[in-house]
Design a protein around this ligand. Structure first.
Ligand SMILES: [Zn+2]
Length: 433
């Protein structure tokens, strides 16, 4: 499916996200799924040419925190805090089937592709169903099997062993990257955290988890164990590289240093935090200053309620500026970095994803320069437009490994209508009557 002929995209406005963050009119050559040349002119020999002069080409977005199968649950638990939200969600979770997980994942993946996301990091159980949806639609999925203490789970068997078997089933797949995902300190004791780390080390995968999302989580943990979650995770010997923590809302200066020193990546999820009235704000500026890599995540459609990284960049910028009384906090260029190259670095893919450079995989989107939300379509403003203004409708075509997965807003692997119908009927069975 990934073997495509050489293609030259000519005359585009290239938002490269390379080391110099160059933005210029030029061409991009793709051979065998990889970008082989980027420049004002490129070698056209043996290649199909695409007139890209009406488009900005932008690296595919990397969504670093997600529960994509929850797409069937958008709007089911609005306007309540995390505790009340989870009560509704847990009740529904207990009734989910493999078929409805896949139907929800396919719908969510379609939404992501149609808004320019080419890679996502997921945390859920039953990830085989989500992996199948990834395979069907051609996105790149980092899929974390949710791990809890055996006493806390509805999974059959021991969750951490289920995660290990899931990793074995999908290891080596070109687009599905399995990993282990301890859900959070409120459902995982020390033994579970350490076993998850052990599995990740043995299988050479990432570890993904929720961390310090709410004050309640932090205070309850401190009351129970005498330490706030990051300090405790360090003391038990869990923290380390190749880990991605979602949220990181309630962090002290000491915890920021600790996470940065352990090279833990942070998935900032501002829409979800704001909607669930988390109260605090992820200290993105301090984390970056300490050397931590910070990406953006949408979290699920039940708490956001969108999977658009365009909305995530926009709100992430506004939130930091407003909270810090500093209009220069998180400028547009940093927001786009977080959505592209920094997300790729968090997944250990900084060398082959996240920018338009020779040698990288050809994962990118073509934004229509004639869309009203990109006016005026000037090179010096395009990064600002993408971070603050662009509508999802401006995303015309999307490529993963050089394969066109969305063309003129139409999914290429499967039509949307059957995906929509099966998601609607799966939702009918899940929602309370
Ligand atoms: Zn989450």
């Amino acid at each position: 499916m990934t073997a495509t002929p050489a293609t030259v995209f000519e005359g585009a406005l290239l938002v490269t996200q390379d080391d110099r963050r160059r933005v210029f009119r030029g061409s991009l050559r793709v051979d065998g799924g990889a970008i082989t040349e980027v420049g004002e002119t490129v070698d056209r020999a043996g290649a199909e040419t695409v007139d890209a002069s009406a488009f900005a080409i932008v690296p595919g977005f990397v969504n670093t925190h997600q529960h994509v199968a929850m797409s069937l649950l958008r709007g089911i638990a609005d306007d309540r805090d995390l505790g009340a939200f989870l009560e509704v969600l847990f009740a529904v979770d207990a009734r989910r089937t493999e078929a409805d997980l896949e139907a929800g994942a396919a719908a969510g993946i379609a939404e992501m592709l149609l808004s320019g996301t080419t890679t996502f990091l997921d945390l859920y159980y039953g990830e085989d169903a989500i992996a199948r949806a990834v395979e069907r639609l051609g996105i790149r999925g980092y899929l974390g099997w949710a791990v809890l203490d055996p006493a806390m789970t509805t999974q059959t068997g021991v969750p951490v062993e289920n995660a290990r078997q899931f990793i074995h089933r999908w290891a080596g797949h070109p687009r599905v990257h399995p990993l282990v995902a301890p859900q959070g300190v409120y459902v995982c004791g020390a033994e579970t955290w350490l076993k998850a780390r052990e599995v990740a080390e043995a299988e050479k995968t990432l570890v993904h988890y929720h961390l310090s999302e709410t004050r309640r989580e932090v205070h309850e943990h401190e009351a129970k164990y005498g330490d706030r979650p990051p300090i405790w995770l360090d003391k038990i010997g869990f923290l380390g590289p190749d880990q991605i923590a979602a949220h990181g809302v309630w962090l002290t200066r000491r915890e920021i240093e600790l996470l940065a020193n352990h090279h833990v990546g942070i998935a900032h999820c501002p829409n979800s935090n704001l909607k669930l009235a988390t109260g605090g704000v992820c200290p993105v500026t301090e984390l970056r200053a300490a050397g931590a890599v910070v990406g953006l995540g949408t979290d699920s459609t039940a708490s956001n309620n969108s999977l658009s990284m365009l909305r995530e960049m926009h709100i992430a910028g506004l939130l930091q500026k407003h909270q810090r009384w500093d209009a220069a906090a998180l400028p547009a260029s940093t927001l786009l970095d977080m959505a592209t190259i920094d997300g790729a670095r968090m997944l250990g893919r900084g060398s082959d994803l996240g920018s338009l450079e020779p040698g990288k995989r050809a994962d990118f989107s073509m934004f229509r320069l004639d869309h009203p939300t990109l006016l005026p379509a000037r090179p010096e403003a395009i990064v600002s437009h993408i971070a603050y203004a662009a509508s999802e409708e401006a995303v015309d075509s999307v490529y993963v490994d050089g394969e066109c997965v969305v063309r003129h807003r139409v999914l290429q692997r499967e039509p949307w209508e059957p995906i929509r119908r099966s998601a609607e009927s799966a939702a009918d069975a899940l929602w309370p009557r």
